[in-house]
Design a protein around this ligand. Structure first.
Ligand SMILES: Nc1ncnc2c1ncn2[C@@H]1O[C@H](COP(=O)(O)OP(=O)(O)O)[C@@H](O)[C@H]1O
Ligand SMILES: [Mg+2]
Length: 234
C-alpha cells in the first residue's frame, strides 16, 4: 500500500452518520436528518438536554435500533458502556464476566485467559481478576464493563452517561482513564454526558438539539457556550 492510500484510510471516520431519521412513534421524529462524524482514534462527547435523543442515537450506532432513513457507517466491533453497570455485568466474578463476552468467539481456554488479562491490564485492574462483582465500587464496575469491550477487541466504544452514578472524584478518574486509553490505543470513543467539566478531556464534542447536531467541534468553545446558557437560567 502506498502512502497516499494510507493517509486516505486514516481519514475514514470511525463513525459516520448521514441524514438519519428515527421515531419511536408516529407523532414526532426523535432524530431528523441527523449527521455526525467521529474521526478514528479520537475521544468525542455528545451533549444535549434530556430527551434530545442522545441514548436513542447511541442505540442506533450500536445496531440495537434501525433508522427509518439515512446511513450509519461504524467500524466494528462496537462496545457499549451503560449508565448503570449493574445492567451490564452478569456473571459472579470479574474474570467470568469478561470471559462471558467472548463466548461467541469460540477461543481456547488459554486465549480467553490472555484476553481477560490483557483487557484488565488496559484498565489497570488486573488485581481484581478473581474479585466478585458485588464487591466492586461503581467506578470499578464501569472499568470492568470497558475491559469487557476491550477483551472483545472492540474498535469503537459508546458510553451512555457512564459517570452519572459516580461520585465526582471517581467520575474524573473514569473520564481520564478513557482519555488515556484512546490516546494509547487505536480505540475511538463517543461519550454521552451532561457534565460540562468532562469536556476538558475530549478531542471534540457535539450538541444535539431537536433531533440533529446543531454545534460541533472544539470542546472548550461548546463548554463556554453551555456555561453561559446555564448561567443565564440561574
Ligand atoms: N423505548 C422508548 N420508547 C418510546 N419512546 C422513547 C423510548 N426511549 C426514548 N424515547 C423517547 O425518545 C426521546 C429521546 O429519548 P432519549 O434518546 O432517551 O434522550 P436522551 O438520552 O437525550 O435523554 C424522548 O422523547 C423519549 O421519551
Ligand atoms: Mg439518555
Amino acid at each position: 500500500m502506498n502512502e497516499s492510500n494510507i493517509s486516505n484510510l486514516s481519514q475514514t471516520p470511525a463513525i459516520k452518520v448521514e441524514n438519519i431519521d428515527f421515531s419511536w412513534s408516529e407523532e414526532a421524529n426523535v432524530l431528523q436528518s441527523c449527521c455526525l462524524e467521529v474521526p478514528k482514534g479520537e475521544f468525542w462527547m455528545l451533549l444535549g438536554t434530556n430527551g434530545s435523543g442522545k441514548s436513542t442515537l447511541l442505540r442506533l450506532l450500536a445496531g440495537l435500533l434501525t433508522p427509518s432513513s439515512g446511513i450509519i457507517k461504524i467500524i466494528s466491533p462496537v462496545g457499549f458502556v451503560f449508565q448503570n453497570p449493574d445492567h451490564q455485568l452478569v456473571m459472579p466474578t470479574v474474570a467470568a464476566d469478561i470471559a462471558f463476552g467472548l463466548v461467541e468467539e469460540k477461543l481456547s481456554t488459554i486465549e480467553v485467559k490472555e484476553r481477560v488479562r490483557e483487557a484488565l491490564s488496559a484498565v489497570n485492574l488486573l488485581e481484581l481478576e478473581r474479585r466478585p462483582i458485588y464487591a466492586l465500587s461503581g467506578g470499578q464496575k464501569q472499568r470492568i464493563a470497558i475491559a469487557g469491550a476491550i477483551a472483545r477487541h472492540c474498535k469503537v466504544l459508546l458510553f451512555d452517561e457512564p459517570t452519572a452514578l459516580l461520585d465526582p472524584d471517581t467520575q474524573l478518574e473514569l473520564v481520564q482513564q478513557v482519555q488515556n486509553l484512546v490516546r494509547n490505543t487505536s480505540l475511538t470513543a463517543l461519550w454521552v454526558t451532561h457534565r460540562l467539566d468532562e469536556l476538558d478531556y475530549c478531542d471534540g464534542a457535539f450538541l444535539l438539539e431537536n433531533g440533529r447536531v446543531i454545534e460541533q467541534g472544539e470542546p472548550q468553545k461548546l463548554k463556554k457556550r453551555l456555561l453561559e446558557v446555564r448561567d443565564s437560567k440561574l
